[in-house]
Design a binder for this molecule. Structure first.
Ligand code: PGA
Length: 251
């Protein structure tokens, strides 16, 4: 049985003060919640604050990006070791916004994934097609290509430490969610690809989140699909009540 995992991707939102208020509200409801894994991914500037606040709870800390090198002259970048130093356990890699605005491709994401795993961080690796790609009938080609490229060369153990997030680009921040059937179809394709890259047992154990306009009203149906193992939540993770409701939908 795969344990569901719900992660909040706060993107470029929340000062340290705002982060503190949100986490205090989340802790009131989720501090001892164990039925699903709950991960908070604030911006770098709020990681230390959130890290301190989630100590002793069952919530985990994640970052939204990192560099693949260990250290050195990479102005503005953050290493895996720096994230570990703040007790991060997860890092989102290859989010479509990074692919789109910062030109990250599968080869770069793959380097980051390997660096994260080498530092004992769990990568949450995002894949997903654009609307034009969907309309052109290229969903499998694009998404499974991203899975193969971003996770190339990983051992079975490394795949098991990795979370995949299927996030159709046309559903992110648009209010337009994939239907549960559309999402399930792609999740099954991703799992099949993982089986081809490794074996069926590994593929059955890797958690695949859905992301893209997940809200309290649609979470339960999405999370009830056989290959959907939780969600990566953007906008709805910025509000305590809606994030808590989504987390509870994972039970
Ligand atoms: P959204 O974002 O929930 O605001 O659509 C999801 C994401 O980009 O991770």
């Amino acid at each position: 049985m795969r344990k569901k995992i719900v992660a909040g991707n706060w993107k470029m939102n929340k000062t340290t003060g705002d982060a503190e208020s949100l986490v205090v509200a989340l802790k009131a409801e989720l501090a001892n919640f164990r039925e699903a894994d709950v991960v908070l991914c604030p911006p770098f500037t709020a990681l230390a604050t959130v890290s301190r606040l989630v100590q002793g709870t069952h919530m985990d800390l994640g970052a939204q990006n990192m560099h693949f090198e260990k250290s050195g002259a990479f102005t503005g970048e953050i290493s895996a070791e720096m994230l570990r130093d703040l007790y991060c356990h997860y890092v989102i890699l290859g989010h479509s916004e990074r692919r789109q605005y910062f030109h990250e491709d599968d080869a770069l994401v793959n380097r980051k994934v390997k660096a994260a795993l080498a530092a004992s961080l769990h990568p949450i690796v995002c894949v997903g097609e654009t609307l034009a790609e969907r309309d052109a009938g290229r969903v499998e080609d694009v998404v499974c290509g991203q899975v193969r490229g971003s996770l190339a060369g990983l051992s079975a153990k490394e795949l098991l430490d990795t979370v995949v997030a299927y996030e159709p680009v046309w559903a992110i921040g648009t209010g337009r969610t994939a239907t549960s059937a559309q999402a399930q179809e792609v999740h099954a394709m991703i799992r099949k690809t993982l089986a081809e890259m490794s074996d069926a047992t590994v593929a059955q154990s890797v958690r695949i989140q859905y992301g893209g306009s997940v809200k309290p009203g649609n979470a339960k149906e999405l999370f009830s699909m056989p290959d959907i193992d939780g969600g990566l939540i953007g906008g709805a993770a910025l509000d305590a009540k809606s994030f808590i409701d989504i987390v509870r939908a994972a039970v």
